[in-house]
Design a protein around this ligand. Structure first.
Ligand SMILES: C[S@@+](CC[C@H](N)C(=O)[O-])C[C@H]1O[C@@H](n2cnc3c(N)ncnc32)[C@H](O)[C@@H]1O
Length: 256
C-alpha cells in the first residue's frame, strides 16, 4: 500500500475538503488539537476510555485474517487507534483524519513499536485513499456526526471494506426520549462548553458540539442510511444512559 502524505513532514492542512462545512470543521479541530485529549477526559470523567475499549473489542469480523487491516477513520489524536493497537496486536492500522494537526498531536503518543504498525494518513472521509476491499474493519469514533455528506462517506467506507468486513461506529446520536434529550441538553449546553473552554482556550468548538448532536440523525435513522448504502446492521448498543452508541454493520459477502 502506498499513500502519499504520511509522516511528520506533512504541511499543516494538506487535505482539501468537499465543502465549506468541511473546511470549518477542519479548522475547528486543528484549533483545539493541543487540548483535545484533556477536554475529552474532563468532559466525560474518563468514560470515553471505557466506551472506546468496548467498541474496539468487537471491531474485527469473526473470519478476520491473522494480520488484519484496520482503518481508524476520523482518528483525531489517535486515542482509539492506540486502543486498537493494544487490543489487536497483529493488526496493521491506518489512522486517517483531515486535520493534520490532530494527527500530528496523536503521533506524539505512539511508541516506536506502535509507530511501525500505525500509518497516519491525512484524508477526507469522502475520498479515502485506500484500495477497494483493503480493510477487514473500519472504525470511526465521534466522527460521522461531523461529515458533510454522510451517504457519500458511508459509500466510501463500503468500498474500502472487503466483503464480510465490519464497520464500527461509536457516536453521540440525537437522543430518543424527552428525558435523555433534557438531561443531555442541559449538560451539553452548560458544563460541556465551560470545560471545553477551560481545556483548550476555545469556546466555539464546544458550542458546536451540542448543536451538531441536536442536528444529527437518531440511531435508527443512521441504521436505515447504512442499509441504503448496502451495509447490513449487526449491532446497536446504547452506552451510559444512551449518551453514546456503538453501531456495527457488515458488508455483505455477496453483492446484492
Ligand atoms: C470528535 S473528533 C474524534 C477523534 C477521535 N476519533 C476520537 O475518538 O477522539 C472528530 C474528528 O473527525 C475529523 N473529521 C471530521 N470530518 C472529517 C472528514 N470529512 N474527513 C476526515 N476527518 C474528519 C476531525 O478532524 C476530528 O479529528
Amino acid at each position: 500500500m502506498t499513500i502519499a502524505g504520511s509522516g511528520p513532514t506533512d504541511p499543516v492542512e494538506p487535505v482539501p475538503t468537499v465543502d465549506d462545512h468541511g473546511a470549518r470543521v477542519q479548522r475547528m479541530f486543528s484549533s483545539i488539537a493541543h487540548g483535545y485529549d484533556r477536554a475529552n477526559r474532563w468532559m466525560s470523567l474518563g468514560t470515553d476510555r471505557a466506551w472506546r475499549r468496548r467498541a474496539v473489542a468487537g471491531l474485527l469480523p469473526e473470519d478476520a485474517p491473522p494480520a488484519p487491516h484496520v482503518l481508524d477513520l476520523c482518528a483525531g489524536t489517535l486515542d482509539s487507534t492506540l486502543e486498537i493497537a493494544r487490543q489487536h496486536p497483529n493488526a496493521s492500522i491506518v489512522a486517517g483524519d483531515f486535520s493534520a494537526k490532530m494527527l500530528e498531536h496523536g503521533r506524539r503518543k505512539l511508541d516506536a513499536a506502535e509507530a511501525r504498525r500505525v500509518k497516519t494518513v491525512p484524508m477526507d472521509a469522502h475520498a479515502i485513499p485506500l484500495a477497494d476491499g483493503w480493510a477487514d474493519a473500519v472504525f470511526c469514533a465521534f466522527g460521522v456526526r461531523n461529515l458533510s455528506d454522510l451517504p457519500r462517506a458511508m459509500a466510501e467506507v463500503r468500498r474500502v471494506l472487503r466483503p464480510g468486513g465490519l464497520l464500527t461506529v461509536l457516536e453521540f446520536f440525537r437522543p430518543e426520549s424527552w428525558i435523555a434529550r433534557s438531561v443531555h441538553g442541559l449538560y451539553n449546553r452548560t458544563v460541556l462548553p465551560l470545560v471545553g473552554w477551560a481545556a483548550t482556550g476555545r469556546l466555539d468548538p464546544y458550542l458546536y458540539l451540542p448543536r451538531s448532536i441536536g442536528a444529527f440523525a437518531r440511531v435508527d435513522d443512521y441504521l436505515d442510511l447504512l442499509r441504503d448504502t448496502g451495509l447490513e446492521p449487526a449491532e446497536r448498543t446504547p452506552l451510559t444512559m444512551e449518551i453514546a452508541w456503538i453501531v456495527r454493520a457488515r458488508k455483505p459477502e455477496v453483492e446484492p
